[in-house]
Design a protein around this ligand. Structure first.
Ligand code: FAD
Ligand code: UDP
Length: 406
């Protein structure tokens, strides 16, 4: 089992290091040096930011591959048959507090200001989520008129617990069981296939509770969408003589070819090690895309469906996000599932423990670097992945912070 596979991974690595080509030519002679300085696996934010930095900042030759037929990873967007810009893998809204990340990406796109708003369908009534004073007033027929009154109401409902460990604890401690059941329990069970009590607190803590009437989904300093879409932004990022992009290309199919001395891997870390410790769980999604012959279907970009009686978790209407004007409209439904493309790492202690085993294997490899949401098994937003990639670039090239993005 585990040891055999692990031995295999290690043996193969050593075998390739000792390959005749390299042994006979200590000075990296003609025809033996790799064609590229870096092989980067995955053309999402993690892989593409690193490709851009290494090519532009350090004049490195980069081969960037992705098994999908396109760049941009999970943020890939395109004009569908009706001519509407949609996100193939669900709604992506850019938001960050990092000036550094925002300024870096601004090299590759103009932005369209967009503040995201979400409504939750509670028995066919649409209420703002994150829970705020308007949500409470509308749900309970109250007239709480300021933050202090809302705080008193929430305190009267809250069910404090000694230590907040799970995603259930977080919500109960803030709003109590009625609001927990109404907005979080069913949605979370559908999204993760787990009860909130089985997930780290960090998951539902992404969605705060407010006593104000601010109904924006995010409060970050920078909230905007790439004006021409994510894919167009990636095209600009990767448009460099030193970067060769190979889409439709599996890492496994070029792994043994020694195309570069160093590999940067943004795919699933357990896949890299051939699941030698067992599979890391990822949550997947099925998207049902539809186009309708009407200008607008939803009052906001996303409507969430917390009820378990509805099979999907949310509906997105893309024109809200993109600002596109078009007589028709495109929407997508999200159905969560266990099998399929890995979209979400699942934050809970046993998964973290398994990840740590892979991470310790990764730490022993000097010629491979793991990045991104799948490569480091972290529930990261886009801006966090960009920040992580820039930090990784600094480590790989040992430059100072200012140097890294100049
Ligand atoms: P990915 O974009 O997943 O890129 C990894 C790439 O590697 C993939 O294209 C994959 O095909 C490729 N790959 C993997 N293994 C191999 C292999 N063996 N060989 C070749 N190629 C391989 N973030 C936000 O900030 N705001 C949002 O609103 C938001 N909404 C989201 C909605 C959904 C439904 C999902 C799933 C995520 C959302 N995110 C959002 C998170 C965002 O998608 C990620 O933070 C970001 O895209 C991760 O970038 P990445 O490069 O790490 O991974
Ligand atoms: N969540 C919920 N109800 C909601 C919105 C979110 O229960 O109406 C929980 C759910 O567990 C979800 C998590 O909070 O997975 C994080 O929500 P977010 O909108 O950040 O998810 P993402 O956009 O990353 O899918």
């Amino acid at each position: 089992g585990m040891n055999t596979l692990l031995d295999e991974v290690v043996t193969r690595r050593f075998a390739s290091e000792r390959s005749p080509k390299q042994c006979h030519c200590p000075s990296k002679g003609k025809g033996t040096s790799a064609a590229y300085d870096y092989l980067i696996v995955g053309a999402g934010f993690a892989g593409s930011v690193l490709a851009e930095r290494l090519a532009s900042g350090r004049n490195k030759r980069v081969l960037l591959c992705d098994r999908r037929p396109h760049i941009a990873g999970n943020t890939y967007d395109f004009y569908n048959k009706a001519g509407i810009l949609v996100h193939q893998y669900g709604p992506h809204i850019f938001h960050t507090n990092s000036q550094r990340v925002f300024e870096y990406l601004s090299r590759f796109t103009v932005w369209r200001p967009y503040e995201h708003r979400v409504l939750a369908d509670v028995n066919a009534r649409l209420l703002p989520i994150p829970i705020n004073r308007t949500t409470i007033n509308n749900l309970y027929g109250l007239n709480l008129s300021d933050e202090a009154e809302a705080a008193i109401f929430l305190a009267s409902r809250a069910e404090p617990c000694r230590t907040i460990v799970t995603s259930k604890d977080v919500v109960l401690a803030q709003v109590g069981s009625d609001l927990y059941r109404t907005f979080f329990e069913g949605y979370t069970r559908k999204q993760w296939g787990l009860d909130p009590s089985e997930l780290d607190r960090s998951v539902t803590a992404r969605v705060p509770t407010r006593t104000s009437v601010d109904d924006r989904y995010f409060l970050d300093t920078y909230q905007a969408m790439p004006r021409d879409g994510y894919t167009a932004m990636f095209e600009k990022m990767l448009d460099h003589d030193n970067i060769t992009v190979m889409t439709g290309t599996e890492y496994a199919d070029i792994r043994s070819e020694n195309v570069a001395a160093h590999t940067i891997f943004s795919g699933p870390i357990d896949e890299y090690f051939e699941y030698c410790f067992g599979r890391l769980p990822y949550r997947s999604l099925n998207f049902q895309h539809e186009t309708h012959d009407m200008e607008r279907m939803l009052p906001v970009g996303v409507v969430n469906y917390p009820s378990e009686a509805v099979p999907y978790t949310r509906i997105t209407e893309y024109k809200h996000l993109t600002g596109q004007i078009h007589p028709k409209t495109s929407i997508s439904f999200e159905f969560a599932c266990a099998d399929g493309d890995p979209y979400y790492p699942i934050p809970r202690p046993e998964n973290q423990a398994l990840y740590k085993q892979y991470e310790s294997l990764a730490r022993d490899l000097t010629d491979v670097t793991f990045v991104g949401r799948l490569g480091t098994y972290k529930y990261y937003n886009m801006d966090q992945v960009v920040g992580q990639a820039l930090a990784t670039y600094r480590q790989l090239t040992r430059t100072g912070l200012r140097d890294a993005i100049s």
